[in-house]
Structure formats: structure tokens, C-alpha cells
Design a protein around this ligand. Structure first.
Ligand SMILES: CC(C)(COP(=O)(O)OP(=O)(O)OC[C@H]1O[C@@H](n2cnc3c(N)ncnc32)[C@H](O)[C@@H]1OP(=O)(O)O)[C@@H](O)C(=O)NCCC(=O)NCCS
Length: 164
């Protein structure tokens, strides 16, 4: 019979997500998460396949056990004042929302970018996406500007950035 402490530790471990680089065989599961999260705005398989090739160690998945629960993609591009990063996409399976999967991915992404000497990360979020805006605010992203009708449905975008 395990002690109470061991049991507590097990429960806590259960809640953790493991973060690793994407593999080709994750794509079906990522497409499911994408469709459930973004509907008509979902990226297609070809685009994900391209990001898998291009974004190397910055296209990540969060797993609980062997189930992929969330993914994130960051890309590095040259800028006037040095290389900069963009968070291209981030989504959590609706069944796993609010359990820390997005935070696990963001923590890992920020660590990987700092290791590469990247000074800043930017992203674009829909003005109406309150949940994502609260998430980025928690991470200290600041608003740079509002871009009118950035999204296909006519919604405005907010350009956010964070110094690393
Ligand atoms: C935005 C998103 C990735 C956040 O995922 P998540 O699983 O809720 O994130 P986490 O569990 O790691 O939550 C971290 C923080 O997000 C914020 N958050 C989470 N759920 C929230 C809610 N229901 N309301 C407001 N803020 C919330 C909180 O600041 C939370 O921090 P806390 O746990 O310390 O309070 C997720 O909602 C999602 O996939 N949305 C659909 C796709 C999308 O919009 N992607 C972003 C495109 S720019």
C-alpha cells in the first residue's frame, strides 16, 4: 500500500504535461485539435507539414501520457535589430482547456528561444479572443497595435510582443 505522500505525488504528476518536438505521426491529432479550436480559420495539413520541416525545435506538442493535448508553433525570422520570433499558432484540445497545457508549451517555447539568444517574441490575436488575451497577458505580452480587419471574418487583430 503506497503512503499518502506517494499518492499525492502521483496525483500531481498526473496533471503534468510533457512537452516535446512534433513528429510527423502527430499531424492527424493536431488537425483534430486545430478544427475543434479554430473551425473555419483552421490551418490545413500542408501548412502543418511545412511548419514541421521549417520550425524544427519550435513546433511543439504537449502530451498527457501518450495523448497529444495541445500544440504550439514558433518561427524565427531575421529582423533589423537581430533575429526575432513569432508565435505562429497555439491551441489546446477543448477537453483539456484550463489545465496548464498551453502554459507548459509557452514555458518551453520561451526557454528554447532564450537559449537561441532571441530577444523578443511577437504574435497576433483576435480582439474578441478573451481567453487567449488573458493567457498572453499572464505571460507579460504587451499590446503594440490594433490591425483593422486582420482576420478573414473581418475581426480586428491585436499585435502583441514580449521581451525575453
Ligand atoms: C488560449 C489557449 C491556448 C489557452 O489554453 P489553456 O489550456 O486555457 O491555458 P492554461 O490552462 O495553460 O491557462 C493559463 C492561463 O490562461 C488564462 N485562462 C485560462 N482559462 C481561462 C478562462 N476560462 N478565462 C480567462 N482566462 C483563462 C489564465 O490566465 C490562466 O492562468 P492561471 O491558470 O494561472 O489562472 C486556449 O484557450 C485555446 O486553445 N484556445 C483556442 C485556440 C486559440 O485561441 N489559440 C490562440 C490563438 S492566438
Amino acid at each position: 500500500m503506497p503512503s499518502k505522500c506517494a499518492k499525492l505525488k502521483d496525483n500531481k504528476m498526473d496533471k503534468r504535461f510533457a512537452v516535446r518536438r512534433v513528429r510527423q505521426r502527430d499531424l492527424d491529432r493536431i488537425l483534430e485539435i486545430e478544427a475543434a479550436s479554430f473551425g473555419a480559420d483552421a490551418y490545413d495539413r500542408n501548412l502543418f507539414a511545412e511548419y514541421t520541416r521549417k520550425c524544427g525545435g519550435l513546433f511543439l506538442v504537449a502530451e498527457r501520457g501518450t495523448k497529444v493535448c495541445a500544440y504550439s508553433i514558433a518561427a524565427i525570422s531575421p529582423g533589423r535589430t537581430g533575429n526575432r520570433a513569432e508565435l505562429v499558432s497555439l491551441a489546446v484540445d477543448p477537453a483539456f482547456l484550463g489545465k496548464g497545457a498551453a502554459s507548459a508549451l509557452m514555458d518551453s517555447t520561451l526557454r528554447r528561444l532564450r537559449r537561441r539568444g532571441i530577444a523578443r517574441i511577437g504574435l497576433m490575436v483576435k480582439v474578441t479572443n478573451q481567453r487567449a488575451r488573458a493567457f498572453y497577458e499572464k505571460y507579460g505580452f504587451r499590446k503594440l497595435r490594433r490591425v483593422a480587419r486582420y482576420y478573414e471574418d473581418g475581426a480586428d487583430g491585436l499585435s502583441l510582443a514580449k521581451d525575453l
